[in-house]
Design a protein around this ligand. Structure first.
Ligand code: ADP
Ligand code: MG
Length: 387
């Protein structure tokens, strides 16, 4: 029985958003067999909504009568959570909406958030554990990063990747769906588990690309010595982007969607690192999948993003890193630069006469820039949500 005054805030009614196509397409079965009985036994009411297409979870969160619920729970992979956070932050009443706790029950291919929440210790990332944690009303704050690209704004929950790792993830995803006789063996192995991703990693490392461009960042305290000082602020055009950005937050007297964090970034000291890069990762939480821990030092609500950069490494060093990513120990590699930032601007470029290209930028599984049209993006920690 749950009383009105429950101090730890056990939920009475949840909105469950289920993606029937997550992972091995077993989310429905998982819900019926493992989750529903626990919710019923605990006396937690729920409305079940199944996603019918891409972006449907975004629409659900955007329109949901949130005051009816004590939480929104995803039975899916990370993709649905990302859509829900974006849907909530695009609402006019986003300030209220982001106070609604969000939960994830791992049922997808990529369950980085569930793994990060339930933590590193061995076997805690299971459906029953996630369900119990939700029923008990456990919660913690999580920073969401705001990404700005020209006029486009989106919100990032897990990670932004550029270069090698982005290519591996996106190409694996592509080959998962597209028929290609050449990739049949690969697809077969991918469905068998993470070996597919490792194979793609191997393939990419053997055909190593480097990516041109540069990053500018505001270092977190303790990381002021990373990179080089930006002397000519004009070079990075940060001012233009930032003034546009901070204007949105205050200009509108009527409530409007979340416009980005109000930080006086113009006054902070920017630093820079120039490419070419092999890989640039920006992480908000430690795990990006159950078997991948790219950012072992990432914290949920410290106000900083963890940045991991590989500028140069022999192929053997890269393979070693890939193989020790599951427990985060790869960051000990001498080829890795690991630091924390308050904001980061990533600017891919293709230089005339150079064989390397800008590469793609992947934000939480979605390509936000890439190919022959390099587009820079600025990213900074944003409002905390409740997980
Ligand atoms: P996985 O971890 O297996 O990728 P996710 O739950 O993260 O699973 O979902 C992956 C993608 O599936 C999301 O980007 C979402 O937009 C999309 N999606 C959701 N519902 C459907 C549907 N009914 N049909 C096809 N795709 C869908
Ligand atoms: Mg953080």
């Amino acid at each position: 029985e749950v009383s009105d005054e429950d101090p730890i805030g056990r939920p009475k009614k949840l909105c469950v958003v289920l993606n029937p196509f997550s992972g091995k397409k077993s989310a429905r079965k998982i819900f019926q067999n493992e989750i529903k009985p626990l919710l019923e036994a605990a006396g937690v009411l729920f409305d079940l909504k199944e996603t019918e297409r891409q972006n449907h979870a975004h629409e659900i969160a955007y329109k949901l009568d949130i005051l009816q619920y004590d939480g929104i729970v995803c039975v899916s992979g990370d993709g649905i959570l990302v859509e829900i956070v974006n849907g909530l932050l695009n609402r006019k009443d986003w300030g209220t909406a982001i106070k609604v706790p969000l939960g994830v029950i791992p049922a997808g291919t990529g369950n980085g958030m569930a793994k990060s929440l339930l933590d590193s210790a061995d076997d805690l990332c299971t459906v029953p554990n996630a369900t119990f944690t939700i029923i008990r009303g456990h919660r913690r704050a999580l920073d969401v990063a705001t990404i700005l690209q020209n006029e486009k704004k989106s919100f990032n929950v897990l990670s932004l990747t550029w270069g090698l790792v982005a290519d591996i993830d996106i190409e694996s995803e592509r080959y998962r769906w597209m028929g290609s006789a050449r990739m049949d063996l690969y697809k077969y192995l991918h469905f068998k588990g993470r070996i597919g991703n490792d194979l793609m990693a191997l393939f990419r490392v053997l055909n190593l690309r480097k990516y041109n461009g540069h990053i500018h960042f505001i270092p977190a305290p303790g990381f002021e010595a990373y990179g080089d000082p930006v002397i000519h602020v004009d070079d990075c055009k940060c001012e233009v982007l930032l003034s546009k950005w901070s204007k949105g937050g205050n200009d509108n007297t009527e409530q409007c969607k979340y416009m980005g964090p109000e930080v006086a970034m113009e006054r902070m000291e920017w630093r820079s690192i120039d490419g070419p890069f092999i890989s640039v990762l920006v992480h908000n939480v430690p795990f990006s999948g159950e078997d991948y821990m790219p950012a072992p030092k990432a914290e949920f609500a410290d106000g900083y993003l963890d940045v991991i950069i590989v500028k140069d490494s022999p192929k053997s060093g890269l393979l070693e890193m890939m193989l020790s990513m599951s427990d985060g120990s790869y960051i000990k590699s001498p080829y890795i630069l690991y630091f924390k930032v308050k904001a980061l601007r990533l600017q891919p470029s293709s230089r005339v006469g150079q064989p390397t290209k800008g590469g793609i930028i992947d934000s939480d599984g979605e390509v936000i820039a890439g190919g022959d049209q390099p587009e820079s993006c600025l990213m900074a920690y944003g409002p905390p949500i409740q997980m």
